[in-house]
Design a protein around this ligand. Sequence first.
Ligand code: TA6
Length: 297
Amino acid sequence: MRSKLSSKYAMPGLVSLVEDIDGMPKIVLTHRSGSSAEIFIQGAHITSWKDHRGEEQLFLSRMSDFKPGSPIRGGIPVVFPQFGDGPLPKHGFARVMDWHLSGSSVASGGDVSVTLSLSDTEETHKIWDYRFSPDMVVTLGVDSLSVRMSVSNTGNAPFDYQIALHTYFGISDIHSTAVCGLNGVEYLDSLQNRLRMTEPHLGITFDGEVDRIYLNTPDTLIIVDETVSKRLIIRKSGMPDAVVWNPWIDKSIRLTDFGDDEYQQMVCVETGAIIPGISLSPGERWTGETVLNAENG
Ligand code: TA6
């Protein structure tokens, strides 16, 4: 059952804090046009974004765990401060930490925004001994969702980090989906030990697993979902890199929190600062933004 939690940042009919069926708290944003979004407190993880017609734009696995400490499979995981494997837990720790709702507002045009914040804890110091405070501003428009990430160095030592919005887009069929805007761009092929290649195609199509880090890409990328004549437009700033991922058949089977056939209904197009990442001196603040737009028909 969903029970209502209280927050001074709740706004009747626009921003509410509720408990999900699994008992995890989430924020529900509702725009007067009918669009909506849901953000779990764990990980500041956006799990749903519906356009003004109520159509879901993100993919969320039916097999996902919804339990404290486990990453949610789908939506928009926040990757910080490490992308992929390395000394820290895979894709960093921010996606499994509890963020807090630290602000909300509604613009005169009706767009609804919330801010979620995080800061270092005793636990993070044990594995990454820096003082930091990321925040995320999510703004819901009629058919748009904007995510602005900031990271401040609140300590007295410089640090380097990687950051990404690991967005899982919902599509009708991977076999007739293309990711456009990356032709001529260099990428590291994660399936070949990060071999450096150059993208030759105007539209990337899928007939097997794809896992690539595109470097310094153009700031507009488009997912074309031909079966339903839909375009998902990704506009980014301050986030130079983009990752394109589909696990295809074998990896889908290996992922325990992902349905074996679900690779057909999703594609990840992730935006971020990955290679070389960001260096922040004490007192410095970095900001990057990704704006998603859904265009139907
Ligand atoms: O961003 C692509 C990727 O790093 C893939 O290599 C892949 O396995 C994936 O993210 C999902 O990672 P996760 O830790 O969420 O299972």
